[in-house]
Design a protein around this ligand. Structure first.
Ligand code: DOR
Ligand code: ZN
Length: 344
């Protein structure tokens, strides 16, 4: 029996590190097992929309890393938020200071998307996407649209025609459909050209909508996109464990203080950073594909981004443990439950 696995240090291609004290709370978990992490730009009160913001945010993250008792070799990969007001000059500036990607939040679909993109078709935003294509920055998309008479569970499907159009119009722009949550999105990504890939979260591999609202409302499972049906989850597990390089890890670890989750109009986001490799090992083992875990966590993302693979490894051992009910100010994914794998 396999009771130890060793993985190349991970690339978590979708992290919400936040700012201030929360940043210091959450960053050590990702830095423990990941060589790199994509730092999402939807921070508040200061969003990451200019070159100056990027430099400031990277400094904040580096300072938080310096303050950690155990030093880990960890590199934040910086992103810029793309709004209707983002012009090609801002892309050039973001690229100059080292951003690897731009992130689009369509208006109103998730946490801090109040200034999200309204119009994917404007000439102005096409110029911006073209500028990204020209400098080789990736376009990361929260693929949902909030339309009239469209249920929250249908928002991803409703976005897919927009993805198809973008992929066609910008064949050399690398596009990542973030946190895919439906079978139809998985199939679209498979069928599109090599310029399109998708990230998959650990929680979407575990949850269905039943786990959010089916047995009493569970705010700590509430996230965007919402976990969907069993068949959708089957498709995500199949994609993650298939060895198809179009699908790689982006955890969307999204911490919110407990009181911001356990309230009316609670915030969306699942905090998976403290349990991420452990939960993934469980999912891949159950699928009989533990041998494919490393490609998903540590190879396909780097290859799509055009980055060298990380140095160093992390090991997991099979040994049951119970996840803490609360870590700092946040309730982690799988709080109070048993996990089968732990970090060595
Ligand atoms: O559930 C989510 N939380 N989805 C997102 O897209 C954003 C994230 C957050 O920032 O909390
Ligand atoms: Zn996110």
């Amino acid at each position: 029996m396999n009771d130890r696995i060793t993985l190349r240090r991970l690339d978590d291609m979708h992290c919400h590190f936040r700012i201030g004290s929360l940043l210091k709370e959450v960053l050590p978990f990702t830095a423990q097992y990941a060589g790199r992490g994509i730092a999402m730009p939807n921070t508040r009160p200061r969003a990451i929309i200019t070159g100056n913001d990027i430099v400031w945010y990277r400094d904040e993250i580096m300072r938080a890393l310096d303050e950690m008792p155990h030093r880990h070799r960890f590199e934040p990969l910086m992103t810029v938020e793309i709004r209707d007001s983002t012009i090609p000059q801002m892309i050039a500036e973001a690229h100059r200071v080292g951003a690897v990607a731009g992130k689009v939040y369509p208006l109103g679909v998730t946490t801090n998307s109040d200034e999200g993109l309204r119009d994917f078709d404007s000439e102005k935003i096409s110029d911006t996407f073209r500028a990204m294509q020209d400098v080789g920055m990736l376009l990361l998309i929260h693929g949902e649209l909030d339309r009239e008479r469209t249920l929250v569970t249908k928002r991803e499907e409703v976005f897919l025609p927009t993805l198809l159009k973008l992929a066609e119009r910008f064949p050399n722009l690398k596009i990542v459909l973030e946190h895919v949550s439906t079978r139809v999105a998985v199939e679209s990504v498979r069928q599109l050209g090599e310029n399109v890939a998708a990230t998959i979260t650990a929680h979407h591999l575990c949850l269905t909508l039943n786990d959010v609202i089916g047995y009493g409302i569970q705010p700590h499972h509430g996230c965007m996109p919402m976990p969907k049906d069993f068949d959708d989850r089957d498709a995500l597990i199949a994609a993650a464990t298939s060895g198809d390089p179009k699908f790689f890890l982006g955890s969307d670890t999204a911490p919110h203080p407990r009181e911001k989750k356990e309230c009316a109009k609670g915030a969306c986001g699942v905090y998976t950073a403290p349990v991420l490799p452990q939960v993934l090992a469980e999912v891949f083992e159950k699928a009989g594909c533990l041998d494919r875990l490393e490609d998903f966590t540590s190879r396909f993302g780097a290859e799509f981004y055009g980055l060298p693979l990380n140095d160093g490894t992390v090991s997991l051992i099979k040994s049951e443990w119970v996840v803490r009910e609360q870590i700092g100010s946040v309730v982690p994914f799988r709080a109070g439950t048993k996990l089968q794998w732990q970090l060595a």
